[in-house]
Design a protein around this ligand. Structure first.
Ligand code: ARG
Length: 476
């Protein structure tokens, strides 16, 4: 048992208690962040005259060495340490001797872990945003290639009005674009540094908290030391944003599963992204979409879990907070994996243009346009609605569609119909008449695509990554 305390204890910790309490099995993920935070801390301690230059140099060198050795596999993070902080400190002291014991001056594991987690989440917010960018690019690409791919738009999963595939994909572009902006919001709100908050009440050392904050690329130091060690609402925000990403992916997956069914046959999922059945040789299943839909549950679970963990914790730090990690790590990995796979599946998917168009034609999606046609000839809308209703009923009885009826059949239902009805209810005409911004008509669509291109080319993310943040210890 390697732990950082014990002075006031007369008995060894019970083995089960030790294991129940330990976090090394999962907080090992934070090892780079722990080292980065420690480097910033000692650089500041030296600047403030709390450590000598030699001590600082020895500590930084030791920390950089530990990082290199863990990364190269020379040094293994093992369960004999209570947590990642103990692992780093014990190894540092083993490497550089006495100076290593000064690393923790003016610091508590409470502000240390709060910092590590923030550093980790900040990085992962950008990673998730990068995956979202990839998806947005793919969606834009599908849009550009499918401005005239007609298909039915649905309400109640019933064919409603004709749209284009570009329009349908654009709806998802909007959703994932908002998801991306949510990532930026969370990042900006959380980007304040808790280091220097100590256990809960700050420290008696003359720390320069603004300096460590700037070394680590934060906007500034947090302003209340109790809140600094007890706050996890940025995790709630992040998990909520991740849950929303999954909700969007799950809806999209559901549509893909429907479109991929034998009955719809709107799309064909690439062989590389489908799976077969062990018994039914004809099967090609949309497992990836189903798994994405299924994994949505575990991300929601992480959100509900952290909300529940937080709801009864008195200020300031309590060990309950250690429960913030495993589910959050799992949620992040799940979302990144789902985004990458989903994007790959979308990129390689084939859209059956003819099937989509004939589905739109055979589902009376042009009925509203037929009614509008009559309105254009002076019929009041309510009457037009009734006439087209009769027309649809007639078509159903004859197993045909509006545009296939003869002039006589049309005139028998309303004498107002003329030859120009056929053009008016063609899919192309129905879509082209929808001109307002946000509609599937070609001009509106071109304008929207221009805007989307601009969004993708001038992503907020590139600014954030170019800005860079953090301290790696090599320049100190
Ligand atoms: N493993 C702890 C956590 O994740 C680190 C902080 C421990 N602090 C303490 N006072 N025991 O929250």
């Amino acid at each position: 048992m390697a732990q950082l305390w014990g002075g006031r204890f007369t008995k060894e910790t019970d083995e089960l208690v030790y294991r129940f309490n330990a976090s090394i099995s999962f907080d090992r993920k934070l090892f780079e962040e722990d080292i980065e935070g420690s480097i910033a801390h000692v650089v500041m301690l030296e600047k403030q005259g709390i450590l000598s230059e030699e001590e600082k140099n020895a500590i930084v060198k030791g920390l950089v060495g530990i990082r290199e050795d863990v990364k190269s596999g020379k040094l293994e993070i093992t369960d004999e340490y209570e947590d990642i902080h103990s692992f780093v400190e014990a190894n540092l002291t083993a490497r550089i001797g006495e100076a290593g014991k000064k690393l923790h001056t003016g610091r508590s594991r409470n502000d240390q872990v709060a910092l590590d987690m923030k550093l980790y989440i900040r990085k992962e917010i950008l990673n998730v945003a990068e995956e979202l960018e990839g998806l947005l690019r793919t969606l834009l690409n599908v849009m550009e290639n499918n401005k005239e791919t007609y298909m039915p738009g649905f309400t109640h999963l019933q064919k409603a009005q004709p749209i284009t595939l570009a329009h349908h994909m654009g709806a998802y572009f909007e959703m994932f674009r908002r998801d991306s902006l949510r990532m930026k919001d969370v990042y900006e709100r959380m980007n304040y540094c808790p280091l220097g908050a100590g256990a809960l009440a700050g420290t008696t050392y003359p720390l320069d908290r603004g300096y460590t904050a700037s070394l680590l690329g934060f906007e500034g130091p947090t302003l209340n030391s109790m809140d600094s060690v007890a706050d996890r609402d940025y995790l709630i925000e992040f998990l909520s944003a991740l849950s929303t990403v999954m909700m969007h992916l799950s809806r999209f997956s559901e549509e893909i599963i429907i479109w991929n069914s034998n009955e719809y046959h709107f799309i064909e999922i690439d062989d590389a992204y489908s799976t077969g059945s062990s018994i039914m040789p004809q099967k090609k299943n949309p497992d990836i979409a189903e798994l994405v839909r299924g994994k949505t549950g575990r991300v929601y679970g992480a959100l509900v879990s952290i909300l529940t963990v937080m709801k009864g914790i008195p200020l300031a730090y309590n060990k309950d907070l250690q429960e913030d990690k495993e589910l959050t790590f799992d949620a992040i990995d799940t979302v990144k994996g789902c985004l990458a796979l989903f994007t790959g599946m979308l990129k390689t998917m084939k859209f059956n243009h003819e099937v989509m168009a004939s589905s739109a034609m055979n589902g009376f999606t042009n009925a509203t346009d037929a009614a509008d046609y009559l309105v254009g000839k002076g019929v009041p809308f309510r009457d037009a609605h009734g006439i087209i209703g009769q027309l649809v009923l007639y078509c159903i009885s004859k197993n045909t569609c509006i545009e296939a009826l003869s002039m006589e059949e049309l005139k028998a239902i309303s004498p107002v119909f003329e030859e120009d009805i056929y053009d008016a209810v063609s899919l192309k005409a129905c879509v082209e008449r929808r001109l307002t911004i946000g509609a599937p008509g070609p001009e509106a669509m071109n304008e929207v695509i221009r805007k989307y291109k601009d969004i993708v080319e001038n992503s907020w993310l590139s600014g954030f990554i170019a800005k860079g943040n953090g301290i790696d210890g090599n320049q100190e």
